[in-house]
Design a protein around this ligand. Structure first.
Ligand code: HEM
Ligand code: HEM
Length: 196
């Protein structure tokens, strides 16, 4: 599903967008969990604004990432991974693309329906895209929350798999996504065979 046909690895643009989105998701998810649990007040407001701003940034980055993916494609799967690993990782990658595009939209619509502002890092505020509707807001926030927990679960699986490949299997899977300056390189073209 998400593997392609390139033999020269992930292009630099794909790696850059991967790590920018990763930083935003790894920040906004804990912020979301904290913001609904702290007492009302300026700290909570700040956390909500930060969560919403990062969510909007994720949407922008994911749209760029989708365009990048459709334009430059993706490499073949690492030939050393098992067929089931290829199937599962492909499904996880595909779901992450889908959820990270849909979640900010659901969050934004829910937020508008609730009647709350959607700020972007204090630079500007996005217009409300639907009229006030508390029932709709409640339903969409429930969807947003569960989709958010699914994103967290998928990210834990994804990061766990990357670390398992790096520390336990000691193969090249993590290096496929690292910048060249940090030792990144394309997948070997045949099982166990590096081209070096
Ligand atoms: C990909 C981006 C996003 C992710 C991963 C994400 C994740 C989450 C998660 C996990 C929660 C649940 C927290 C909990 O109940 O413990 C949550 C709640 C919330 N999110 Fe997001 N979110 C994203 C984008 C957005 C955007 C763009 C907005 C608004 C414009 C937004 C507004 C909210 C609000 C207001 C809540 C609290 C809902 C409630 O009170 O039940 N989120 N988010
Ligand atoms: C937390 C947010 C993250 C998200 C949403 C995410 C998402 C993705 C997606 C969608 C892909 C598929 C590549 C593409 O077609 O664009 C991918 C690949 C990859 N990610 Fe992540 N990632 C995250 C964090 C991480 C972290 C923290 C690591 C390392 C510890 C990591 C390691 C990798 C590796 C090694 C690949 C390449 C897998 C391969 O092609 O063999 N990712 N990631």
């Amino acid at each position: 599903m998400t593997y392609g046909t390139r033999l020269d690895g992930y292009p630099a643009t794909s790696k850059l967008l991967h790590w920018l989105v990763a930083i935003c998701v790894l920040t906004t998810a804990p912020v979301a969990i904290a913001m609904v649990r702290v007492d009302k007040g300026p700290t909570q407001d700040m956390l909500y604004n930060f969560h919403k701003s990062l969510g909007v940034l994720i949407l922008i980055l994911m749209l760029l990432r989708l365009i990048n993916r459709l334009t430059v494609g993706a490499p073949i799967a690492d030939p050393n991974i098992e067929p089931w690993q290829k199937t599962v990782s492909s499904a996880v990658h595909g779901l992450l693309y889908l959820l990270l595009l849909a979640m900010p939209v659901v969050g934004y619509v829910a937020n508008s329906a609730y009647g709350a502002p959607t700020p972007f890092f204090g630079l500007f505020t996005l217009p409300k895209i639907v009229g006030e509707n508390q029932d709709l807001a409640k339903q969409l926030f429930t969807l947003h929350r569960w989709a958010g927990f699914l994103v967290i679960l998928l990210v834990l699986m994804h990061v766990g798999a990357a670390l398992y490949h790096y520390f336990i299997r000691k193969d090249d899977v993590l290096k496929r996504m690292l910048p060249e300056a940090m030792g990144g390189f394309p997948a070997p073209l045949s099982p166990q065979g590096h081209t070096e």
